[in-house]
Design a binder for this molecule. Structure first.
Ligand code: AOF
Ligand code: ZN
Length: 364
């Protein structure tokens, strides 16, 4: 089968995998498509919820009695080869008579990590790896980050005026970008395990940090406000019983919200500047089942994550207005040197109404 067709079908597997968004974490988003020797699709499926059937098993089930001998399975992650909450997918694939496995990327889970491919090859199944690998890694960026780096993937979203300001000096920022770009914010939230803001944003904006203008699950909300906490009359506190809300504070602080039973506490050591260490926070979040984080502000939080060089991806919405004297997103950031200033590469540019949203990836 041609490379183009392989890509085309893998794209379908990736699309199916995305259905697990918000429901499968900390497990990966996985989709699978099975084609007959003549290329027609005879079954497809995805991992729909944590602990549920793996995508490969779901796709085999969807074949529903159709002949799978000689078939090909397309899957965006290496099939597993261990008995977990469900039986090994490699065994099911081999038993079904599938002759070819097209996978996007190896699975960094130490229980798999190449062993899935090896088991398939040993049984005489043809295995091809690497189709749409970049897209597949991006789809599961949280999963890979947690497994490979032991920390959550860190994305940032900011709305800026054309002169690069995220708020006026008095903190006013509603609204810089228009409704279409704000819709993207909601889509971004739904694509991450958690969104985070700092104390200033809670105070000025009283945000809800939920997903409203698109369909999708609301992520957990993290408040990095070690001393300011979550005021009981804030929208965050009022909805904490319905939406997972985590207050990051120090080992000794007693901020508002710390005794609220509906708010989870993540207590961390203060570093030598009396601050919470951003890198340690990203590692601790993995223990809380949070593998991807979207930071929405404000400038102190953004600057501290930039200073620690932890930002993997930034989505900037540029609005055609001028704020002049105001707050820049990274105004407390000091580059170590001019030549060492952090550099990003454009991943996507999109127009939303009057605004332009540019997504940048960290150049490593
Ligand atoms: C999934 N869904 O479609 C595939 C996975 O918690 P368990 O027992 O379901 O096992 C999770 C591991 O299974 C995961 O880390 C990955 O290595 C492998 N593949 N997981 O949740 C799937 N194909
Ligand atoms: Zn599996």
């Amino acid at each position: 089968m041609s490379g183009n067709t392989d890509k085309h079908i893998m794209r379908r597997a990736l699309k199916l995998a995305l259905k697990g968004r918000g429901h499968v974490s900390p497990n990966p988003r996985v989709g699978a498509v099975i084609t007959a020797p003549d290329g027609t699709i005879i079954g497809e499926g995805c991992h729909t919820h944590f602990g549920g059937l793996h995508a490969e098993a779901a796709a085999l089930k969807a074949c529903d009695g159709k002949d799978t001998r000689g078939a090909t399975i397309y899957v965006n992650l290496e099939p597993c080869c261990f008995q977990g909450k469900t039986p090994p997918c490699t065994t099911a694939i081999i038993k079904s008579g599938i002759r070819r496995v097209v996978a996007a990327v190896p699975d960094p889970d130490p229980r798999v990590n190449g062993r899935g491919f090896a088991a398939l090859r040993e049984a005489g199944v043809r295995v091809e790896v690497g189709v749409l690998a970049d897209e597949a890694r991006h789809l599961n960026r949280g999963y890979f980050s947690a497994r490979e780096r032991g920390r959550a993937w860190c994305a940032v979203k900011v709305a800026l005026s054309l002169d690069g300001k995220m708020a006026a000096l008095d903190g006013e920022s509603k609204w810089i970008t228009g409704p279409e770009a704000r819709k993207l914010t909601h889509a971004l939230r739904a694509d991450h395990d958690a969104v985070m803001v700092g104390a200033g944003t809670v105070r000025h904006d009283n945000p809800q940090l939920t997903v409203r203008s698109v369909r999708g699950p609301s992520p957990a909300r993290i408040i990095l406000a070690p001393h300011f906490g979550i005021p009981p009359d804030s929208k965050l506190a009022e909805s904490a019983a319905q939406i997972r809300t985590i207050l990051v504070t120090t080992e000794t602080a007693d901020p508002p919200g710390a005794d609220d039973k509906t708010i989870e506490l993540l207590r961390m050591k203060e570093n030598k500047f009396g601050m919470i260490d951003p890198e340690e926070l990203l590692s601790r979040l993995v223990d809380f089942g949070i593998q991807s984080l979207l930071i929405e502000g404000g400038s102190r939080v953004l600057s501290s994550f930039m200073q620690a060089d932890l930002i993997d991806e930034i989505s900037v919405g540029y609005a055609p207005s001028v704020i002049g004297q105001g707050i820049s997103p990274f105004e407390d950031f000091n580059p170590v040197s001019w030549s060492g200033r952090p550099r990003f590469r454009i991943a996507r540019i999109k127009h939303y109404g009057e605004d332009v949203v540019i997504t940048y990836n960290r150049v490593t």
